[in-house]
Design a protein around this ligand. Structure first.
Ligand code: FPP
Length: 252
């Protein structure tokens, strides 16, 4: 089994754009919602595998600010999936030490669902096996807009606004930025996902549709991440030292 090998540099925070549910369903002659249901079933094993691999935070993008424009039946179906996930799976998630967080506009969800989400966050807030960020009614630009609005409402003077302050007004306040962002179904765009937080994230794009993305493929994504050379805009020590060495030679 691949997972018997030791992974190097396991990312602390992995974020997933769970794309391709609709195409997965279409390929099987099923309605789009069947794809979303299959995608939902896939969450549990991927969450479990993430915890096993030592990931501290898993972020999943379940509904974008643009998804409200989808047919009503699909929007209602996705809201129902969120509701069922809380009603049906919360007890088990809590037992397994999962801390739930919500990233996105909560105020546009039906009132009853807003309360369920807040209760779930409160119930699980001290769990520390893994954090599951559910990005729902989430948009990266919208997140930045709401952060700026809050900063202005809080009366923060312009000269006090810096990157750390802005980070503390994002939905992910207090969390490290995602190290690795996975997008399924092969699309080569960010769609604004974690626009602020992704400045130095590594990307892993796979043609696999989300319902088929399994533990083996998560492992391969982590393996690929482990081989990336992350410089955060700087230069590597060995490169730096070889430049020094060359300088010395030039002088000699
Ligand atoms: C993108 O696939 C996927 C979504 C818009 C929804 C993702 C939702 C789930 C997997 C369900 C989990 C939900 C919760 C609340 C945890 P797409 O429909 O755009 O696929 P397509 O590009 O093939 O049409």
């Amino acid at each position: 089994m691949a997972e018997e090998k030791t992974l190097e540099n396991v990312p602390r925070h992995v974020a997933i754009i769970m794309d391709g549910n609709g195409r997965w369903a279409k390929a099987r002659g099923l309605p789009r919602l069947a794809g979303h249901r299959a995608g939902t079933e896939n969450l549990r094993p991927i969450l479990e595998a993430s915890a096993e691999f030592g990931i501290e935070i898993l972020t999943i993008w379940a509904f974008s600010t643009e998804n409200w424009s989808r047919p009503e039946v699909e929007v209602r179906g996705l809201l129902r999936i969120l509701q069922r996930m809380i009603q049906r799976d919360l007890g088990e998630l809590h037992k397994q030490g999962v801390q739930l967080r919500y990233l996105g506009r909560l105020d546009r969800l039906p009132e009853g669902l807003q309360k369920q989400v807040l209760d779930a966050i409160e119930l699980t807030k001290d769990n520390d096996r893994i954090v599951l960020n559910v990005a729902f009614d989430y948009g990266g630009r919208e997140e930045i807009v709401q952060a700026v609005q809050h900063i202005i409402r809080d009366g923060i003077p312009a000269e006090d606004v810096d990157e750390a302050l802005l980070s503390s007004y994002m939905y992910t306040a207090g969390q490290p930025d995602p190290d690795l962002i996975i997008r399924t179904s092969g699309e080569l765009r960010t769609s604004g996902f974690m626009l602020w937080q992704s400045a130095y994230s590594e990307y892993y794009i796979t043609p696999t549709f989300w319902p088929d993305f399994d533990k083996e493929e998560l492992y391969r994504a982590l393996e690929a991440f482990g081989q990336r050379d992350r410089r955060f805009g700087g230069i590597k020590d060995d490169y730096g030292s070889s430049r020094q060495a060359r300088k010395g030679k030039d002088k000699a």
